[in-house]
Write a protein that binds this ligand. Structure first.
Ligand SMILES: Cc1ncc(COP(=O)(O)O)c(C=O)c1O
Length: 433
């Protein structure tokens, strides 16, 4: 959807809502699906497992389920969320290297076998609770060029990996594969190839030292989700594909993209409910403080937890055609709570707006609603309106119908959606949409 298009839809929704001033989301499900089609065009040998932590919205999960994606779950609740929507256990990877005992037991109950680990204690814990688990060894990566780094928390070094192979063998555990995460918002595509090469070394050690035939390489998440933010998926694929080609036939490749699928799909609209204008002696506004109904304790937690810098756009006001042409004043936008840290942006140049005007923020689909709180009694944006391109959707059935409609850009992907995880050589590329 173009920004003009989205602006029109946001304005239309505001008009329909009349005196309902709650902030809301417009979610374009087609964007999510187009990302899946793009993935299938560029990395057909890698089966994406959507990291639902990024945005566990059921409609997104449903759309990706219809398209045939797998899912990365990090907890009991996330496992239940996708399985209760009909996703089968073999399409899930329990990708948390430090799991509660009770969650491992729950994974066993629901037959979710694939799970990651990165240390001896975790290995022994899983061996005790769920000896049939298919263990995936998470290794450390060079995440120095990523927005959110994980290597200080997770990942075995190559030296640790050698030792863990031995312990797994002693415990009689099945070593199923190797995983990694290059960090969320990775800017260096070569980090993927380096980690894949490390995974291949571990495959070789496992076979030479213990006769293990490992089956799975999980290249994690870290793929950018917003247009114009490098590297593109094509750039990443140019590093990943040759590195994966060095594995023996029969090895399965999966990934755990989060932001890649959801970032672009959400636009959020918030309303200015209060303002404070600071004027010079001549009465001219020199600075304005605006207060809106979602902030850093709600969706804008992405500013702290995901290092984002959301920029507002102004929803045009039909009664004020002159609005956007007004002289720009440094404007600071605060969220609704009483905390001064609840600040969305500082000194952003905007024409003078009034109480009752609306702002919208594009690309709000990742690490936003997922971690929103109700601090100070403010819920933030909880209402979602679903779109398919520029068409309004009513619910789940509409999503499925839109995906399966003749001529939908999802058509080529649906043909292969029913297939289980495919060995690299059998993967089918499709045309990008
Ligand atoms: C284990 C794991 N996999 C996948 C992801 C998704 O990462 P991204 O949204 O960067 O693709 C995360 C993010 O925290 C993660 O911790």
């Amino acid at each position: 959807m173009s920004s003009n298009n989205i602006e029109t839809i946001v304005a239309q929704k505001i008009a329909e809502k009349a005196d309902n001033y709650e902030p809301f989301y417009i979610i374009d499900v087609q964007q999510v699906c187009q990302k899946y089609v793009q993935w299938q065009a560029l990395l057909p040998m890698v089966k994406p497992h959507y990291a639902i932590k990024c945005n566990p919205n059921p409609t997104i999960i449903h759309a990706l389920d219809v398209l045939g994606a797998g899912f990365d779950c990090a907890s009991k609740d996330e496992i239940d969320r996708v399985m209760d929507m009909g996703v089968s256990a073999e399409r899930i990877i329990f990708a948390n290297p430090a799991k509660f005992e009770s969650h491992i037991a729950h994974a066993k109950l629901r037959d979710v076998k694939k799970m990651t680990f990165d240390n001896e204690d975790e290995l022994i814990k899983v061996a005790r609770i769920f000896p049939e688990a298919q263990l995936v060894l998470r290794i450390i990566t060079d995440d120095s060029q990523s927005m959110c780094k994980f290597s200080s928390k997770f990942g075995a070094t190559m030296k640790d990996a050698k030792h863990l192979l031995k312990v797994a063998h002693e415990q009689g555990m099945k070593l199923h594969g190797v995983s990694f995460h290059v960090g969320s918002g990775a800017t260096d595509a070569s980090a993927f190839a380096k980690a894949i090469n490390d995974a291949r070394t571990i495959f070789q050690w496992a076979k030479e030292d213990y006769g293990y035939e490992m089956k799975l390489v999980d290249i994690g998440g870290g793929f950018q989700g917003v247009d114009g933010v490098p590297p593109t998926l094509r750039d990443v694929a140019s590093h990943v594909v040759p590195a994966l080609e060095a594995f023996p036939p029969g090895v399965q490749f999966i990934s755990e993209p989060g932001r890649y699928f959801s970032a672009k799909s959400h636009t959020m609209a918030v309303r200015i409910h209060s303002r404070r204008v600071i004027r010079d002696d001549a009465g001219r506004p020199v600075k304005v403080l605006y207060y809106v109904n979602d902030g850093v304790y709600q969706s804008f937690n992405c500013i702290f937890f995901d290092h984002q810098t959301p920029e507002p756009s102004i929803v045009p006001d039909a009664s004020r055609p002159d609005l956007l042409a007004g002289e720009k004043v440094p404007s600071t936008i605060f969220g609704p709570t009483c905390d001064s840290m609840d600040c969305i942006c500082k000194d952003f140049p905007m024409p003078l707006l009034e109480v009752g005007h609306w702002l919208y923020f594009p690309n709000m689909g990742s690490y936003t609603t997922a971690a929103a709180t109700r601090f100070n009694g403010f819920a933030g944006a909880v209402t979602c309106h679903y779109m398919w391109g520029s068409k309004l959707l009513e619910g789940f059935c509409d999503v499925e119908d839109a995906i399966k409609a003749p001529g939908s850009c999802c058509e080529p992907v649906l043909k292969i959606a029913a297939a289980p995880l495919v060995p690299a050589a059998a993967a089918t590329p499709v045309a990008s949409c």
